[in-house]
Design a protein around this ligand. Structure first.
Ligand code: MRU
Length: 349
């Protein structure tokens, strides 16, 4: 069990750890309205692809509970509208849409039942998705931990721990499982500008797990690799195309290029819910662009002249040929990805 949870369902309320305030304050938001869930996703109070998926499902459940109509047909239409609203919160992490599709399917599959029964089913489904996500992360971690060896110096980018999921984590979950298996290694943590998910969240989680780490500015990865001080890089993903191209936090692509240049393995860890089998390659992944102020203002302090133009792409896409392997709950996919990903998908059906 984690000593904290990113999100949980408690007596028809959503409790989520406000990640904007970490590591300084551990404050749980107590949410009763689905619109507040949208705001929490939009402002990164909850973030990380799998956690966004669970939050979306719980938001949909809150919306479903609040609907006043008893007419089943009208209920379906209004529930769909709520799901559409939630879907607009953030564009890149496919888990958001995956989770909402699943909730809509539950509503539609039971459209003939009384509204009260559908509400109950939707609330249950959101809770099942939370539990499942943790189980999947643990399986993924077991599949990936064999890649980590004693003495490794592992570099990671952004935050992929329990905070970013329903529990345990993706890339950080792999490191956690390796640590729990008795392996001893250390982690280079990219600070992850502009919102500092590495500096604020990954260090916080590694500290709680007792895994030794050193925080570095994003720009230091190249020098460390050239000095022979990085043995492996591992990251999460927000959306993986059918050919293995993987979107993740801005800066990931740079890490992958550097890793290839220095002959260092570069792994991606992500559950199958992060795969978008409908798109052939990464050029179809919508990359979120956020407000420039997230770059020019750090925690309330202006670090650029007022009004300085700034481009804030939240993600980049790493081409599949730079990825050594994709760790999932169904095993590790290896190149060529078009066939190995197909095989994983079949194994999941
Ligand atoms: O903008 P964020 O913080 O939601 O971005 C998160 C990431 O890029 C993570 O690396 C990704 O979601 C994988 S998390 C398990």
């Amino acid at each position: 069990m984690d000593p904290y949870c990113s999100i949980c369902w408690d007596a028809n309320r959503v409790k989520l750890l406000d990640q904007r305030r970490l590591p300084g304050e551990e404050i749980y938001l107590d949410i009763t309205d689905y619109r507040e869930v949208i705001e929490a996703i939009r402002t990164l109070a909850i973030r990380g692809a799998p956690a966004i998926g669970v939050a979306a499902a719980m938001g949909a459940a809150l919306g479903a509970l609040a609907l006043k109509t008893d007419d089943p047909a009208q209920y379906q239409v209004r529930f769909l509208d709520i799901c559409r609203e939630i879907a607009a919160a953030r564009p890149t992490a496919v888990n958001l849409f995956w989770a909402l599709d699943r909730m809509q399917r539950v509503a539609q599959d039971h459209a003939g039942e009384p509204v009260a029964a559908i509400k109950e089913r939707l609330v249950r489904e959101a809770q099942v998705m939370l539990k499942e996500d943790e189980t999947i992360c643990r399986r993924m971690a077991q599949a990936g931990q064999i890649l980590i060896h004693d003495g490794h110096r592992v570099l990671t980018h952004c935050n992929t721990g329990a905070l970013a999921t329903g529990g345990y984590g993706t890339a950080l979950g792999v490191l956690r499982a390796a640590w729990e298996a008795g392996k001893r290694f250390s982690v280079w943590v990219d600070e992850t500008r502009p919102l500092l998910q590495g500096a604020r969240l990954t260090t916080w989680e590694l500290g709680k797990l007792g895994i030794p780490y050193t925080l570095i500015p994003d720009g230091a990865a190249a020098a460390l690799m050239s000095m022979g001080r990085v043995d492996l890089a591992i990251v999460g993903a927000d959306r993986i195309a059918a050919n293995g191209d993987a979107a993740n936090k801005i800066g990931t692509y740079g890490v992958a290029v550097l890793a290839r240049h220095h002959g260092i393995p570069f792994y991606v860890a992500a559950p199958l819910s992060t795969f978008d089998f409908t798109i052939p390659d990464g050029s179809h992944i919508p990359v979120e662009e956020r407000a420039g102020e997230e770059i020019t203002i750090i925690r309330g302090m202006e670090v650029a002249p007022p009004g300085a133009p700034a481009l804030n792409l939240a993600f980049d896409v790493t081409p599949n040929d730079l990825i050594s392997g994709i760790i999932t709950e169904k095993g590790v996919a290896l190149p060529p990805y078009s066939s190995s990903i197909k095989a994983l998908r079949r194994a999941a059906e």
